[in-house]
Design a protein. Structure first.
Length: 387
């Protein structure tokens, strides 16, 4: 890619559905980025974003967009199974690309993207905007500073709720062929990334999954559990479900609020890490889509900190503010010629853990990480929906 001549990144969005609109809403908050082009096979979706944000160029094909507009970066915000082709197209054209989660639904394709970006010398990032929560940042900093000592154990929990109408809203949802997985692939992958960011490199996954509540209308997992072993020797437990009665908060004006349709709101996400010095740090996103807050911080003399942070951080929507933080970080990574906070390799690693649970269920035995090329192929096969 040519050297940037200004301090403003020229950005395009590929995929203009719900998450594409989130990216657009996040980007307009940034001084470092100008949204110059939008693209969707349903050109009316692209035009709606363009009209809302004064975007000059609207396209129905990636090829036409890249031929007509000079771009520095693009967001890929298509449905899961269509992340690979536009991402690879951007890389091959020397354009930096940030891809919504999961980076792809195929380990082999994700591996190709990481390798291609490295060979081409462009930035590749995966969207895990929850890393930018203040609670996540302080938790990670405490671990990096060695305040916990050696990491001993962690727990990663996704207690979520989805109903039949959620899965039937789009024909790709709840299917191996369309979504590439269920509660692990679509939701919990966020917290799996967070777990790896906090604890380190995983070396083994022993997992199980099942479809226990929604089996009449989905064929992917709505419940999963795993034990994950890390290079350091640390152990983590993973539990994820979409079986709670009510998992989604109301949206008013596009922003989520804590007011639920029923009192039985799903608890949401939780991550805790325990160290050899006897302390624990933890965060909770409850309900889902709200800004997470620190819920465990056991250091001597800091017992009031949790309440103080909660007073400032609780009750705020998690979208699109933290997408803005991540998209800004990605733009600065390009301008400063550094790696983004969430790299393509990070996105691959989170996907590999998800796929390892699927492969472990198929084999009924642990899966070693990183996977061999043969295991990558097998993991993709068992989660392909018979493709």
């Amino acid at each position: 890619m040519e050297t940037l001549m200004t301090n403003v990144i020229r950005h395009g969005i590929i995929g203009c559905g719900n998450i594409g609109r989130t990216h657009a809403n996040a980007l307009v908050e940034l001084d470092e980025v100008k949204l110059v082009a939008v693209c969707d096979i349903d050109v009316e979706k692209a035009r709606a974003i363009a009209d809302a944000h004064g975007v000059e160029h609207v396209f129905s094909s990636v090829e036409a967009m890249f031929a007509a507009v000079e771009l520095d970066t693009v967001s890929v915000a298509t449905d899961h199974k269509n992340h690979f082709a536009p991402s690879m197209f951007a890389i091959e054209h020397g354009v930096n690309v940030i891809v919504e989660k999961p980076i792809t639904t195929s380990l082999d394709e994700a591996h190709q993207l990481v390798a291609a970006a490295k060979a081409k010398g462009v930035k590749l990032g995966g969207v895990f905007q929850r890393r930018f929560f203040p609670s996540a940042q302080r938790m990670h900093q405490a671990i990096e500073d060695g305040r916990l000592g050696r990491i001993i154990a962690a727990e990663c929990i996704a207690h979520l709720g989805r109903d039949r109408s959620y899965f039937e809203h789009d024909d790709w949802r709840g299917t191996w062929k369309g979504e590439g997985g269920g509660v692990l692939m679509n939701m919990t992958i966020h917290m799996i990334d967070m777990l790896l960011w906090m604890v380190g490199k995983p070396t083994e996954v022993y997992g199980r999954w099942a479809t226990l509540k929604h089996s009449e209308y989905i064929d992917v997992e709505d419940a999963a559990t795993a034990v994950i072993t890390f290079e350091s020797g640390a152990l983590a437990t993973l539990q994820a479900v979409t079986t709670f009665e009510n998992g989604l908060v109301k949206r008013i004006g596009g922003a989520p609020t804590p007011n639920a349709h029923t009192a039985r709101i799903a608890p949401g996400f939780r991550l805790a890490v325990h160290g050899s010095l006897g302390d624990t740090v933890g965060m909770r996103e409850s309900p889902e889509f709200m800004q997470a807050t620190t819920d465990q911080w056991t250091f001597d003399g800091e017992s009031n900190a949790v309440d103080e942070w909660y007073a400032v951080e609780a009750g705020h929507a998690g979208f699109p503010a933290f997408h803005s933080n991540q998209l800004q970080d990605f733009a600065l990574a390009v301008l400063e010629d550094r790696e983004p906070t969430v790299t393509g390799e990070d996105a691959y690693n989170a996907l590999e853990v998800v796929k390892a649970v699927y492969l472990s269920e198929s084999r009924r035995m642990p899966v070693k990480l990183p996977m061999s090329p043969a295991d990558r192929v097998e993991a993709d096969r068992v989660s392909s929906g018979g493709e």
